[in-house]
Design a protein around this ligand. Structure first.
Ligand SMILES: [Mg+2]
Length: 262
C-alpha cells in the first residue's frame, strides 16, 4: 500500500464537516510519508472551492493532492482532435475552471454537450442541452452518481440529470469520472504509483469500488455514506475490505502497514 485515493462526500466528509477518523487518517498518512489523492466526482464546485472546503475541515490539502472528475473531463476533452466546442451544463465556477484549462465553451454553435453536477441548473440549460443532443452533439458526463449524500439526506446528482436526458432525447453519454478508465488513469499518474500499489477508499459501490476492482486497486468501502450494510450483502460488486467509518480504516491501514497505532 504505497498510496491512498480518498473519496470525499460520504467517505471523508459529510456536507462541510469531516467524518469521524478522517482528519486523523490524513495526519497518519503524512506522518508515514504515504501519498494520498482526494478523488471526487463532485463537480458542483471548482478545484479552488474544494481546496478551501478541505482546508476548513482541517485536512491541510495541497493543490496537487486533489483530482476531480472535472480534471478527468478537461484532460479527455484536450485529447480530441479537433478540439470540441462545448456546451457545459455546470455551475459558473466550473465554467471558469474549464475555460482557464483551455476548453472552448460556447452557448451558440456547440458540437458537444457536457453534463456536470450543476447546482445552478435552470430550465433554459435543460432546453439548450436537449436541443443540441437531438441535433447530434457529442455527449459526455463528468460522472454517473445518481445522488450526492448530504447531512439532510441524498439529493439529485448527475445520474439523475442523465435519466432526464435519456427520457427526453433517448441519448446516454460517455462518462469520464469514477468508475471510468479516464479517472483512474489520471489519478494514478498524479499520485505516481501503479494500480497494484494503491488503495481506493470510498462509500459508493458503483463508482469507487467498481473502479478499484476493474483497475486492480485494493478497495475499501466505508459505510458512512450512501451504501448500507444491508445493500452490501447482495451487491454484485464486493470490496476487499469493509469498514464502518474512517476510524476503522485507519486501524486497518496501520495493521497492514505494520505501523503501531498512534
Ligand atoms: Mg462518496
Amino acid at each position: 500500500m504505497k498510496a491512498f485515493l480518498l473519496d470525499i462526500d460520504g467517505t471523508m466528509m459529510l456536507g462541510s464537516e469531516p467524518l469521524p477518523g478522517a482528519v486523523e487518517f490524513v495526519r497518519w498518512l503524512r506522518a508515514e510519508g504515504r501519498p494520498h489523492l482526494w478523488l471526487t466526482n463532485n463537480t458542483s464546485r471548482s478545484r479552488v472551492a474544494w481546496l478551501e472546503r478541505l482546508e476548513a475541515a482541517g485536512f491541510e490539502p495541497r493543490p496537487h493532492e486533489l483530482y476531480t472528475s472535472g480534471d478527468a473531463t478537461v484532460a479527455f476533452l484536450g485529447t480530441l482532435d479537433p478540439l470540441p466546442r462545448v456546451y457545459l451544463v455546470g455551475p459558473a465556477a466550473l465554467h471558469a475552471e474549464f475555460e482557464a484549462a483551455g476548453v472552448v465553451l460556447t452557448d451558440e454553435d456547440a458540437d458537444t454537450v457536457v453534463i456536470a453536477y450543476d447546482v445552478e441548473l435552470t430550465y433554459a440549460k435543460l432546453r439548450r442541452a436537449a436541443l443540441l443532443l437531438q441535433a447530434g452533439a457529442a455527449f459526455y458526463a463528468t460522472h454517473p452518481d445518481v445522488t450526492c449524500p448530504t447531512p439532510e439526506g441524498p439529493i439529485p446528482d448527475v445520474g439523475s440529470f442523465l435519466a432526464l436526458f435519456e427520457t427526453a432525447c433517448g441519448r446516454r453519454p460517455r462518462v469520464l469520472g469514477k468508475p471510468e478508465d479516464t479517472m483512474v488513469t489520471g489519478a494514478l499518474e498524479r499520485v505516481g504509483v501503479a494500480a497494484a500499489d494503491a488503495v481506493m477508499v470510498g462509500d459508493r459501490l458503483l463508482t469507487d469500488i467498481a473502479m478499484a476492482r476493474s483497475a486492480g486497486l485494493t478497495s475499501c468501502l466505508v459505510l458512512s455514506g450512501v451504501t448500507s450494510g444491508e445493500e452490501l450483502v447482495n451487491a454484485p460488486i464486493q470490496p476487499d475490505e469493509v469498514c464502518p467509518s474512517m476510524i476503522e480504516v485507519l486501524a486497518w491501514a496501520q495493521r497492514l502497514s505494520g505501523s503501531p497505532a498512534s
